[in-house]
Design a protein around this ligand. Structure first.
Ligand SMILES: Cc1ncc(COP(=O)(O)O)c(C=O)c1O
Length: 389
């Protein structure tokens, strides 16, 4: 990268193998959901320690279907973090239920048993925990809480492929987990998602629901030697993944360990280089797991010399593309009509945080530019806007 290029905030690691796999799927004549989707489901489920995988068109679709099979409906409440991409809360509304926002741990940014318990009611039917930016949440304590309460624990693992929890992949032991293959995630299929579960009956229903509620999938009808007439057993959706996407996903999945290792190496280099910035909070493994560093999410101290938006300007002025940190759904107009919940940690984290560039083929020089910009701001260099009075 030359000095004039912008350092992007993220860039998927895609190569000739993915291109060849997509071409091969196209040449096969089978481009909709078919054998490559089935192979990708098996491989992905095995990689995250689940017995069943059901590929869908996005993680948002996966979250929607998870709530449907969990039986969540109109009178129900679902506890979610506000500190998450808006899709987490929106999925709850898709089934007519009410998202109830719980606060998060200040270090991991994730729900905890304590924050969830504080907002649970007799109407709570499910808890949707997010492994935010790949940081594993402490799901054992949440599982125990949900079991005692009689509610479902749904894991929004959109960002968490390759993260671990108590020595096993995030997703192992999950009743149901939803994954994303958007290009900002470690593995990408362009757009795409997956559900993993240990429940065979849920998996069978998820397969029907993603395909209009059909009793026999289009792929199975095609493979049958005799004509098969399908029935439509319930109102379903078109949430299918294509074989072109799955072909890319299979190649990407084989890269997962290398991607995680590289991201952890870059994250360690950032942590060392930024350790001299007073009060800056950088992502760190919790005692019970390891993050995949899907995003390098840092939190500024209150007395940082420039505001968060000011720092984004400093970075932009130096050719570094960064982003605000994780959003908070309850502060968005779509959720604005609600009484404002009491979420002090969420509000501090969303206001004070930003995401620094991190991508597989990031060079030392790219990273040094980012670090130099943060250090300059910390030393009081003013941005085009946003310096503190
Ligand atoms: C935590 C979380 N949940 C859900 C989603 C939605 O994923 P998708 O874009 O695959 O629908 C995202 C995407 O950024 C996310 O970060």
């Amino acid at each position: 990268m030359t000095a004039v290029d912008t350092v992007p905030v993220a860039r998927p690691w895609l190569g000739e193998e993915e291109a060849a796999a997509a071409v091969e799927a196209i040449r096969s004549g089978w481009v909709a959901q078919g054998p490559r989707v089935a192979a990708f489901e098996r491989a992905f489920a095995a990689a995250v320690g689940a017995s069943e995988g059901v590929a869908v068109s996005s993680c948002t679709a996966a979250l929607h279907l998870a709530l449907v099979v969990a039986g969540v409906g109109a009178e129900d409440e679902v506890v979610v973090p506000s500190l998450s991409f808006i899709a987490t809360a929106n999925a709850v509304r898709y089934v007519g239920a009410t998202p109830v926002f719980a606060d998060v741990d200040p270090v991991t940014g994730n729900l905890t048993a304590k924050t969830v318990q504080a907002v649970m009611t007799a109407r709570t039917r499910a808890v949707m925990v997010v492994h935010q930016a790949g940081m594993p949440a402490d799901v054992d304590e949440l599982r125990a809480l949900c079991d005692a309460h009689g509610s479902h624990l749904i894991e929004d693992a959109a960002c968490a492929a390759g993260s671990t929890y108590r020595g096993r992949p995030v997703g192992a032991g999950a009743a149901i987990a939803a994954w994303s293959f958007h290009p900002r995630k470690l593995l990408t299929t362009g757009e795409g998602g997956m559900l993993t579960t240990g429940d065979g009956r849920w998996a069978a229903r998820l397969r029907r629901l993603r395909e209009h509620g059909m009793s026999v999938s289009a792929a199975d009808r095609h493979a049958a030697s005799r004509p098969v007439v399908e029935r439509y057993l319930e109102t379903g959706f078109n949430y299918r993944m294509t074989d072109v996407q799955a072909a890319i996903g299979l190649v990407q999945l084989a890269r997962l360990d290398a991607i995680v290792a590289r991201r952890r190496e870059l994250a360690a280099r950032y942590a060392y280089a930024l350790s001299g910035v007073p009060g800056l909070q950088v992502p760190q493994d919790p005692p019970y797991g390891r993050t995949n560093h899907q995003s390098y999410w840092v939190v500024l101290p209150h007395d940082f010399p420039v505001t968060r938006d000011g720092l984004l300007h400093v970075l932009a002025d130096r050719g570094v593309s960064a982003r605000r940190g994780i959003m908070a759904a309850h502060l968005e107009p779509a959720y604005g009509a609600r009484p404002r919940p009491d979420l002090p940690i969420t509000e501090r984290l969303t206001a004070q945080s930003l995401i620094l560039p991190l991508f597989h083929d990031m060079t030392d020089a790219d990273q040094d530019r980012v670090v130099a910009a943060v250090q300059a701001a910390a030393a009081g260099a003013t941005a085009s806007s946003g310096s503190r009075p």
